[in-house]
Design a protein around this ligand. Sequence first.
Ligand code: TXA
Ligand code: MG
Length: 350
Amino acid sequence: MKTRVITISDPEQQEKEIMEAAQLLRSGQVVAFPTETVYGLGANALDAEAVGRIFKAKGRPSDNPLIVHISDISTWHKLVEAIPKKALLLADKFWPGPLTIILKKSKLVPEAVTAGLDTVGVRMPAHPAALKLIELSGVPVAAPSANISGRPSPTSAQHVIEDMNGRIPMILDGGKTEVGVESTVLDMTGSAPMVLRPGGVTVEMLQAAIGQVRIHPNVMRPVQKDEKVRSPGMKYVHYAPKAPVTLVRGELNRQVEFINKEAARLEKESKRAGILATDQTLSRYQAGIRLSMGDRENPADIAGKLFARLREFDELGVDAILAEGVEEKEEGLAVMNRIARAAGFHIIDL
Ligand code: TXA
Ligand code: MG
């Protein structure tokens, strides 16, 4: 299949181009599109066969449910059974934006989308091209991140091309995504709202809006054997570059010291270390290939750059990646969750 890449610089002026993508969605095809978080791989959420094409293009395990994207609140009411007050409040405050809300699904949502679960995650993305695409297609759009399953999520159209060229008919190129990590996934079906995946809408922001919010224990530690998973995505390898990743946590000077020693050791074995540093520490490393994931005082900056850096290490062909840790607060929690998962939870605590 030939993949067409269409640049969207001004969605208001490019309705014709976006309409072509919308027509593909209406006819049961899969289209990659930009959102404010990462690129999505979309299909008509009400068409089980179309949704099946997403799983096929990604190589995604069929028991991992998809998020449904909407462009207006009225569609949400049709997709779920009932919407609690707190959920309405969050939607009002954070939509369009990087927050996915999980509620009991209605009969309208096919099981192919929810992987057989009786709940569905819904969000309204904040990217104008995404909103236009959903609106013109006239259907809710199921979309996971547009990467091959297990790879870092795409934050540019180039990343999508790397993974999806030849597998899908069209990619809308809306430039680099703003947030850089996927949406916050909030389960509102239990007694207290629970964050299953931290993201751009931070736990602190959620708590300020609705009070108590829990963080699922699997956000920073692996699923134990025989443990019941709240979010099927939790049990899979994720965001992984080709080289094995080690995440280093603890006092910053000790992190730098540890990583320097480890990089020097790898060099002695004729192995190339990739060091994922921050702006503040980049100049303190001597060995290996060094990249900064951004300003450690500004975790949103790091969130924006993280996945691109992981893919760069792939291209540079390093043998091992040593990643600094950042504070697990605000967007830093999402950053640490993604690095920990890229590392398969191989974490050194100093
Ligand atoms: O920012 C995002 O959320 C991006 C863009 C494209 O919108 N999408 C995205 O989708 O990251 P995906 O499929 O890569 O991740 C969805 C996550 C998975 O971990 C999945 O297990 C979880 O959300 N999820 C989806 N529906 C769920 C449900 N009903 N119950 C529990 N977890 C669910
Ligand atoms: Mg994904």
